[in-house]
Design a binder for this molecule. Sequence first.
Ligand SMILES: [Fe+2]
Ligand SMILES: [Fe+2]
Length: 273
Amino acid sequence: MTVLTTSPSLADNLTAILTTADPMAKVELAKQTAKSWFNQGMSLGLQSQAHQLPTRPARPDKPVLRPPREMPRRRIGGAKGRIAHIHALAHIEFNAIDMAFDLVARFLFTDVPRSFFSDFIQIGVEEAKHFSLLNRRLKQLGSEYGALPAHDGLWQTVEQTGHDLLARLAIVPLVLEARGLDVTPSMIEKFKNAGDPETARILHIIYTDEKRHVATGMRWFLYHCQLSGKTPQPTFHDIVRTYFRGGLKPPFNDKARSQAGLTPGFYKPMMVT
Ligand SMILES: [Fe+2]
Ligand SMILES: [Fe+2]
């Protein structure tokens, strides 16, 4: 486990998070980073550290990663299906921790305000909370994160946008996290119907936080579009065409998306039927 000593910089902390494989150690580092950033006002660190970032964050030996098409279909009905579903969600949240901190790390020495870092550090620590809640639930059900295989598609999509802040903002909060808003309400109902109100309660916490994550992503996407003189919707369409070739799958949660500022003009033209 990485232990940070004597007033490390934000760059030190971010590198530590991304290079730590152990899930609970990553969670602890995420919490420690957020606490230090918000309470003490850390320095950003040295620009040379930005070049030492791993292309892919460290991953534990388990779960075994498989191509998405090799993952079995899951139904929430029985206990096994519920565990498989929660495990898949825990894997998404585990990746989301790295997505948030990688975004801060990769663009740490570009021309962005400190409030940009604060917003995504806050998101990162909330992803760590989501992962912890789901992993604790898995343990209550006699399993844990790593006990089942997981799919390897998420980071591949993220990796390609490491050089382009607008593309990263479009793909992570406005495509991947927005997808969470589409699927979570029906999942909450399925867990309730399967007699698992506790998992439904956790998913409701996640859903509430994720609406804010999409809204934050949208705010910064618009800010950076304005700064670079780009028109938001066509820019978003170009990015999705380049980096998310499968297109966006309906049904969309239009209400939650619009509340986050992600109006249909952004995503409807990118819809696949
Ligand atoms: Fe999350
Ligand atoms: Fe999120």
